[in-house]
Design a protein. Structure first.
Length: 197
């Protein structure tokens, strides 16, 4: 990698790190060019060069953290033999991500990320497709073996992730009524019952 490419990667990382900090501390309204530029120390020209617009920066931030979450879940999933163990691995990796990366989790579970994700759903899904294909293969394999219910993979995905997203949102809202250790103990078996054949 050339020195110019290295500097470009460092600049992108600084902008993405600053963007996450700004979003978490200032919220959607405070997520401005000025705030990100000031927090990152990067020039306006560099911000626009790398991301085009603030929407481009937001999308890149979502892609970065969603990608990390998916990699962690798929890695945990691939280390398991059975479907039931795979469900537990998905739950544990998702909730561990929440615990280890609370700012990124807050960003990913925000209503703004939801709204933008719905608007660009197909594009976002296409970008993440390579990361999702191991989940699809895992699901198809365990449907064929009779361990998982014979449902379309998107429905299985919804049954697996829906309770996790709901738990994460409630936890991140700060109500104080979600204990992540308890969730790790309870949710795998409950989710398993919804997807088992």
């Amino acid at each position: 990698m050339s020195p110019k490419q290295q500097r470009g990667e460092i600049t992108v990382d600084r902008l993405l790190d600053a963007a996450l900090q700004v979003y978490v501390t200032e919220g959607e309204r405070g997520f401005t060019v000025k705030a990100v530029r000031e927090r990152s120390g990067v020039s306006l020209g560099s911000l626009y060069h790398h991301f085009g617009t603030m929407d481009g920066l937001f999308a890149a931030l979502a892609e970065r953290w969603l990608g990390r979450l998916l990699v962690e879940m798929v890695t945990a999933l691939q280390e398991q033999e059975g479907a039931r163990e795979g469900v537990r691995a998905i739950v544990e990796s998702y909730l561990n991500f929440l615990r280890e990366h609370p700012d990124a989790a807050l960003f990913l579970h925000s209503s703004d990320a939801d709204r933008r994700g719905m608007q660009a759903g197909r594009e976002l899904r296409d970008v993440q497709e390579a990361r999702l294909s191991p989940f699809t293969q895992w699901a198809q394999r365990h449907i064929a073996s009779g361990e998982l219910a014979p449902l379309p993979v998107p429905l299985l995905e919804g049954l697996l992730l829906g309770p996790l997203v709901g738990t994460a949102r409630r936890y991140l809202a700060g109500y104080g009524d979600i204990d992540l250790d308890e969730a790790v103990e309870v949710l795998p078996e409950r989710i398993w019952r919804s997807v088992a054949a």
